[in-house]
Write a protein that binds this ligand. Sequence first.
Ligand code: TRP
Length: 328
Amino acid sequence: MNQSMVLTGDRPTGQLHLGHYVGSLTQRLTLQNQYPLFVLIADTQVLNNDVIKGSHVKENILSLMRSYLACGLDPQKVIFILQSRVPALFELTQYLSNLVSLSLVMRNPTIKTENKLYNDNEQLNMGFLNYPIAQTADVILFGANLVPVGEDQVPILQFANDVIDKFHYQFNTSMFKTIEPLLSHYPRLIGIDGVNKMAKSLNNAIFLFDDEKSLKEKINKMYTDPGHIRVSDPGQVQGNVVFSFLDVFMRDKQHLEALKEHYKKGGLGDVTLKKLLFEEINIILKPIKEKEFAYSDKELLDILQSGTSYANIIAQDNMEKIRDVIFR
Ligand code: TRP
C-alpha cells in the first residue's frame, strides 16, 4: 500500500449546487485521472444530526450519483461506496473508539461548531460524538492517505491523525499512512445573497440542474452596487455580488479587469454584467444538465453497488490485517 490513494465523502443531504462544483467536483475530475479515487456517500453519518433525515436519504443518494456522473466523474475510474453497506466500517469504528477520550472529541473545533449549528448543545447523541472516529475509519480502512475536504473539515482529519498515532503506539505498528487534507482552490463559494456561503438550507444556491430560466432569475436577484443607479454612474466593484461571481467564473481574467475599470468609471450597466455572468455559468451548467438523465435510477444504483462490492473486498482484507494487529 505505498501508492497514494484518495478518498473523499459527501453526506447525502440534497441536491448539489455550484458551491460543490467549484469547491470539490472540479478537483475530483482532476484527481480521478491521477490516483485511485474513492467517493464515499456518507449515509450513516447523515443520521448523526437528525435521525429523521433518514426519510430522504434514498432519494438524496440517487441525486448525488446523478450529479457525480453528470459532472463527469467516470464510473470506470471512480469507486463509489455506500457507507452503510460496508460492515467493516462499523467494526473498525468500535475498535478505534477505545483509543479516544471524550475530551479529545469535545475539544475539536469542527465538533464545537457543528454541535452549535445542528444540536444547539442539547440532544448531543453518541452517534454525533462518534462521527470523527467513524470518519477516521472511512479513510484508513481503505488505505487512503489523501483526503479532499472543505476547510471546515480539516480539524477532523487532524483528529484522524491523532487516532492513527494512538493506534500505532498502542499496537506497536505503523500500518496506516498519515492523512493529508487536499484543499481545493476555491474552498467556499458565496451564495447569491452575497453574505453567506452557498448552501441549500440558506436558500441562496444555484443548483447544478437549475434550468436556464431559474438561473437567470437567480442572477437577476443578485445585488450590485446600490449607488449605481444610472448606467453612466460610477460603480463599486468591492462588495458587488455579480463581480464576486465573475471573479470565480469568468475565464478571461484580462477582460474581467477591463470590465472592472469600465464599471468604476461609469457607463457599464448591471444588465450587461448579469448577462455575461449568465453566459459564463451556463457554459458550465449546460453540459451537466444535458447529462442529467444519461443514467436511469437502476443504472446509478448498480454502479454504486458494484463500487461498494469492490470496496468490501478491500475492506475485509484490511480488516483482517487490523484484527491480527489488535488480537495478538
Ligand atoms: N464529514 C464529511 C462532510 O460532511 C463527509 C465525509 C464522511 C467524509 N466521511 C468522509 C469526507 C471521509 C472525507 C473523508 O463533508
